[in-house]
Write a protein that binds this ligand. Structure first.
Ligand code: UD1
Length: 340
């Protein structure tokens, strides 16, 4: 059985990715410091797949901790690197925290991959590296711009560190997956997104509002140059996104370019109002919302050209927007102890 190491494997996207690797027959080793997740996620994974992944509570920003795990699992064929801080607003307030954690993490991972001959890396990047693209949909050739936040900058810097490292050694290969907006939860409602405190992202805010934890959703701006005036994103189902990582590892183990980038989205943009309507339609819940000012740093509209992922990676988003939004609701109800 082929083995992969997944850093950040108890996090939101990480946990769904562990499930998809196990379903595809891989053995999974998780490294996670549980700074933004909890150990019960491993129970959820086990309950879905019937198999418990190996788990190490360890911090990827700690060189020795990465060494301890990689030295024990030097038979792994790939590392999927998720472990990183991800709150945009917090990164503006605490840039050094973000640079320390997110940059040291990739440095340690690459260093130990070289030392222990684990040759393939899948990196969790973001469409934030494109900023507001001039042309839509955005392809992998679209220019990478100066990110709006230290968080976004760590994604850009991580990609640069990966390329520099690959250029210095003939050994390693890497794929960077630039995610658009991941939403939803596993169809079993046994794992999902668990934001700490008040959510920044749209879907958790919507589900927490509908369940009564928040008074109402604030829609950030209805005066954008879009058909209904609200901002447009490409919302990708988290299980679909997780499957792209399995495809990426297959591709890395074949003969191909040493560094590749893929956009991972649906190829379709949805406005904030369209998401609200999809939520109401798919769950039968009415959502309280009000229009407020634009949020600083938000781009107007972005969605992916997924041709490269579809044709080269052999991956395509499968789930509909309605079933994805509904899965987020089923998860919210389960987390809050309501019957699903
Ligand atoms: C944000 C980050 C992005 C990161 C991603 C991770 C910014 C500028 N970008 O994307 O770098 O990779 O999260 O998931 O923060 N909205 C509301 N009301 C809310 C929350 C959001 O109207 O309470 C709107 C936003 O204005 C935006 C859309 O919903 O138009 C999506 O917002 P969000 O889920 O926060 O994601 P992004 O901002 O696109």
């Amino acid at each position: 059985m082929q083995k992969v190491i997944i850093t950040g494997g108890t996090g939101y996207i990480g946990s769904h990715t562990v499930v998809e690797f196990q379903n595809a027959g891989y053995e999974v080793v998780i490294i996670d410091n549980l700074s933004n997740s909890n150990i019960e996620v491993v129970d959820g994974i086990e309950s879905i797949t019937g198999k418990r992944p190996q788990f190490y509570k360890a911090d990827v920003a700690c060189h020795k901790a990465v060494d301890d795990v990689f030295s024990k699992h030097d038979d792994a064929i790939a590392v999927i690197h998720f472990a990183a801080y991800k709150a945009v607003g917090e990164s503006v307030k605490k840039p050094l925290l973000y640079y320390h954690n997110n940059v040291q993490g990739i440095v340690n991972v690459l260093d130990k991959m070289q030392e222990y001959n684990i040759l393939n890396l899948v990196f969790s990047s973001s469409c934030t590296v494109y900023g507001q693209p001039e042309k839509l949909p955005v392809t992998e050739e679209s220019p990478v711009v100066k990110p709006e936040s230290p968080y976004g900058n760590t994604k850009k810097i991580n990609e640069e560190i990966i390329v520099d490292t690959l250029n210095s050694t003939r050994k390693l290969k890497a794929i960077s997956l630039r995610y658009f907006n991941p939403i939803g939860a596993h169809e079993s409602a046994k794992i999902g997104e668990l934001p700490l405190g008040v959510p920044d992202n749209l879907l958790p805010y919507i589900t927490q509002t509908a369940i009564g934890l928040r008074k109402e959703l604030s829609v950030f701006g209805d005066d954008y140059n879009t058909p209904d005036g609200t901002a447009i994103r490409d919302y990708i189902n988290v299980t679909d996104l997780a499957k792209a990582h399995v495809k990426a590892v297959s591709r890395l183990t074949e003969d191909h370019d040493r560094f590749e980038v893929f956009n991972v989205g649906t190829g379709k943009g949805s406005s904030v109002m369209e998401i609200i309507l999809a939520f109401e339609r798919s769950t039968g819940q009415e959502l309280k919302y009000k229009i407020v000012d634009r949020r600083a740093g938000d781009v107007e509209q972005v969605w992916a050209d997924t041709t490269k992922a579809n044709t080269v990676l052999g991956w395509k988003a499968e789930k509909t927007l309605d079933e994805t939004v509904k899965s987020a609701w089923e998860w919210e109800k389960r987390v809050r102890g309501e019957s699903v």
